[in-house]
Design a binder for this molecule. Structure first.
Ligand code: ACO
Length: 425
């Protein structure tokens, strides 16, 4: 960390202004341009925020060039191999990994909140059976604020704590209900002697007419998927959660806003898009023409699951996801899975193409998560819902950090106006 204050000088014609240069604990320095308009009468212009740090954060660190992802300083591969999703939740929320007793206590707090208000189940009947489960999730998660009034006062740390636990605990229950509703099966209540991920799989796949035995390998796979998706610093949906929260909106409404943003195919909807793409390729023989199309400048078509705004190297989550995908397919005895074969061949070919090399387009996490989720039994339209379940803790941790930030301001960007100048009728 740099200790001596350094400045950067901006010169326009014969005028100059200085701005402070600030360093974090890792990562690129930032130029503090908070006073840019006051000093110069000009705004900064940065569509898509490609060069803008919107906040200070101590939650997650990414080095896109090196392919590094760390939660609170811990590398993602260590966490995934040695800890559980609920431990990762504790870490993201509290800054430290839990000791054994803390871990048990945290898990039992979460478990305590997994049931949703019974009246919420009536909400579901208002949706068409064929509604996309993400459409249902944006509605029902926002509706939590109509049921849990005692945890919507953001100025009360105790209420924020309760809302945080409620969200992490209830979003999987709602996600499983959205799935059950879409397949016309009865809702399955949470079972509190199961861990978070086993409980989620049971709520999705158990039926009242049969015994359900939890499969530890599959529960571990979903736990890993949850850990890999738990947070990713200031991505689009997290920025939306922070933006919504900056106005003082309640946490349930903010997380619903994050879910809406996550749904898009350039973000959380990508794993769904990857699977549809692999299915449409049909056979490895069609891969070359597919790649040729993605390279065409005048065609908006892209290879889904490739490329990332931040990672210009292999996405560190993609390696673990690939391993998990193999484990699940082996465990389920799915050999020579056609989609997996197409995926491997597509990856091999794309990575040897000059176009992908020069643009530094590598597989991202979504490239393998779709195949794994399909093998676990989830239909394609549930993929982004699972991402939302996992990311809820990241949104909640970042939202809490924003509320605690003494420099918090309402998010209110400005614009470069290009419309008509004043005119008269
Ligand atoms: N296939 C083909 N070309 C691509 C791809 C792709 N998947 N991704 C980027 N490119 C090309 C663009 O056409 C562009 O080319 P140009 O410079 O000749 O115009 C160049 O690479 C840079 O692309 P941008 O869109 O400017 O890069 P950006 O950082 O804004 O986009 C994004 C990142 C949205 C992820 C993009 O790579 C993409 O659309 N990928 C496919 C969707 C996807 O997998 N999304 C998941 C993201 S990860 C997540 O949300 C968990």
């Amino acid at each position: 960390m740099r200790t001596d204050a350094e400045t950067i000088k901006l010169t326009v014609a014969d005028k100059s202004w200085t701005f402070e240069l600030r360093s974090g604990s890792e990562g690129p320095d930032v130029i503090d341009i908070g006073s840019l308009y006051d000093k110069t009468g000009m705004f900064a212009y940065d569509p898509g925020f490609t060069s803008t740090a919107s906040c200070e954060s101590a939650v997650t660190f990414i080095d896109g060039d090196e392919g590094v992802l760390r939660y609170r300083g811990y590398n993602i591969d260590q966490l995934v191999k040695q800890r559980s999703y609920t431990d990762v939740c504790y870490l993201l929320l509290n800054g430290e990994l839990p000791e054994l007793e803390q871990s048990k206590e945290f898990e039992s707090h979460i478990t305590y909140h997994t049931l949703v208000h019974e009246q919420m189940s009536h909400f579901f009947r208002g949706f068409r059976r064929d509604a996309h489960p993400m459409a249902i999730m944006t509605g029902v998660v926002g509706a939590l604020s109509a049921f849990y009034h005692d945890s919507t006062d953001i100025t009360d740390p105790q209420q924020r704590q309760v809302a945080s636990m409620r969200l992490i605990a209830k979003v999987p229950t709602l996600a499983a209900m959205a799935y059950k509703y879409s397949v016309g099966q009865p809702f399955v209540f949470p079972k509190n002697d199961l861990d978070y991920s086993a409980n989620f799989l049971r709520m999705c796949f158990a039926v009242p007419s049969e015994d359900y035995a939890s499969d530890p390998v599959l529960a571990r796979a979903i736990d890993r998927i949850f850990m890999l998706h738990a947070d990713h610093e200031q991505n689009a949906s997290t920025s939306v959660v922070r933006s919504a929260g900056s106005s003082g909106a309640n946490p349930f409404a903010c997380i619903a806003a994050g879910i809406a943003c996550l749904w898009g195919p350039a973000h959380g909807g990508a794993n769904e898009a990857v699977l549809k793409m692999l299915e449409s390729i049909e056979t490895p023989d069609n891969i070359p023409s597919f790649i040729e199309r993605a390279k065409k400048k005048d065609d908006i078509f892209r290879v889904m699951g490739f490329g990332h705004r931040v990672y210009k190297n292999y996405d560190p989550r993609a390696n673990i996801m690939r391993e998990t995908c193999h484990e699940v397919l082996d465990h389920l005895g799915i050999h020579n899975h056609p989609l997996f074969e197409i995926a491997l061949e597509l990856e091999r070919r794309a990575l040897s193409e000059e176009y992908f090399i020069s643009k530094r387009l590598y597989p991202n996490i979504d490239f393998y998560s779709g195949i794994t989720l399909r093998a676990l039994g989830f239909p394609t339209n549930m993929f982004t819902v699972l991402f939302a379940v996992a990311r809820t803790v990241g949104w909640v941790a970042q939202w809490n950090e924003m509320i605690d930030d003494p420099k918090r301001k309402i998010a209110r960007p400005r614009q470069l106006y290009t419309g008509s100048q004043e005119r008269h009728i």
